[in-house]
Design a binder for this molecule. Structure first.
Ligand code: UFG
Length: 353
């Protein structure tokens, strides 16, 4: 079988990260079966039951993407998908992802992110599909003990919210699964802070309600959807007192998934890779870069620290570079320019109402 005829199941397929992954997979000649429960997605007004984001993915790539509406906890629906398609491997992005909300609704987060992952894994195992890429997060490292964070850094200590715990728990489950059955090939991808959008400006991050994350919020200030940015904390021990993070262009991140899949050509066990740039930028540096890219003023006000935040996080992606032959090609200006293109063309996101 050539890679061109291989079918990749992408869960959370209508979402921000997965839709960018699907563009890269289709461009590389993979077939894609996307699954999403529409918890966080907008329907195509002309084709109900099909996500607007994937309609645009098809327009960008000129290729078709198969879509099924299903929840990760719906065993029957997942079974039907695995019976219908010959799945080569799974990229599991489906999850609830709002850190603050996870503190208010821990049961919903554990059920969706942990329970849903277990259910998906059981269905996959029963169908004999044992190649799995998991969308994990640098949040599993907690408050960094050293910088840059590499994959040997301790995990599971000092995680401050249920969302982060769910990512850590699924990692543990996958480690145990692999120990129980070496036929599983599993890749844990620990993302740092994904930002930006596809350079077409046709797909991007579309938060429902006020954004929790920095860059979507900044972009909404630029188009007047939010009055001003609150800068959470200006007394950290960092270059300018504001929090420092490792922002990675979402297209680089998506390409990291395709690079990871190529490892499945040979059986190789369980592997963990950071996907980041190795470079940290402060909140104020991000605001300045976005001002430059958009030509808009960004009103901001310094306020108290946000609970659970750590001063500085950035990672080393040297292992991914060495073993996956992948590295980031896009810098801060690209991230801001592409985010701005998406926000300016779609001031209200996919719904555009
Ligand atoms: N920030 C502000 N104002 C805002 C939003 C954020 O000043 O309105 C600051 C934060 O205090 C932090 C930085 O911008 O210093 C980045 O914050 P984000 O919320 O964008 O990102 P986090 O680093 O807090 O969290 C992100 C993802 C998580 C993931 C984590 C992994 O949201 O899903 O990275 O490190 F787990």
């Amino acid at each position: 079988m050539t890679s061109g005829s291989r079918t990749v199941l992408v869960t959370g397929g209508a979402g921000y990260i997965a839709s960018h992954c699907i563009v890269e997979l289709l461009n590389e000649g993979y077939q894609v079966v996307a699954v999403d429960n529409f918890a966080n997605a907008v329907e195509d007004p002309q084709a109900s039951g099909f996500p607007e984001s994937l309609k645009r993915v098809e327009q960008i790539t000129g290729k078709k993407c198969i879509f099924h509406k299903a929840d990760m906890n719906d065993t029957q629906a997942l079974n039907a998908i695995f019976q219908k398609h010959e799945i080569y491997c799974i990229i599991h992005c489906a999850a609830l992802k709002a850190v603050g909300e996870s503190v208010q609704k821990p049961l919903e987060y554990y059920k969706s992110n942990v329970g849903g992952s277990i259910n998906l894994l059981m269905v996959a195992r029963n169908a004999g599909v044992k190649r799995f890429v998991f969308s994990s997060s640098a949040t599993v490292y907690g408050n960094p003990q050293y910088l840059p964070i590499d994959e040997k850094h301790p995990v599971g200590v000092g995680i401050t919210n249920p969302y982060g715990q769910t990512k850590y728990m699924v990692e543990v489950i996958l480690q145990d699964l692999h120990k129980s059955d070496a036929a599983w090939d599993i890749i844990l991808l620990r993302y740092f802070n994904p930002v930006g959008s596809h350079e077409s400006g046709r797909i991007g991050e579309d938060p429902q309600g006020p954004p929790n994350n920095l860059m979507p919020f900044v972009a909404q200030v630029a188009v007047g959807r939010q009055p001003e940015l609150k800068v959470f904390g200006s007394d950290y021990d960092t270059k300018d007192g504001t929090g420092v993070r490792d922002y990675i262009h979402v297209v680089d991140l998506a390409k990291g998934h395709v690079a990871a899949l190529k490892k499945f050509e040979k059986s190789f066990g369980l592997k963990v890779y950071n996907l980041g740039t190795g470079q940290g930028y402060s909140v104020l540096e991000m605001v300045e870069a976005f001002k430059k890219a958009s030509g808009r003023d960004i009103q901001y006000r310094k306020v108290d620290r946000r609970g659970g935040d750590v001063p500085t996080v950035y990672g080393s992606a040297a292992l991914a570079e060495k073993e996956l032959n992948w590295k980031c090609e896009k810098g801060l200006d690209d991230m801001c320019r592409d985010l701005w293109r998406w926000q300016e063309q779609n001031p209200k996101g996919f719904a555009n109402k």
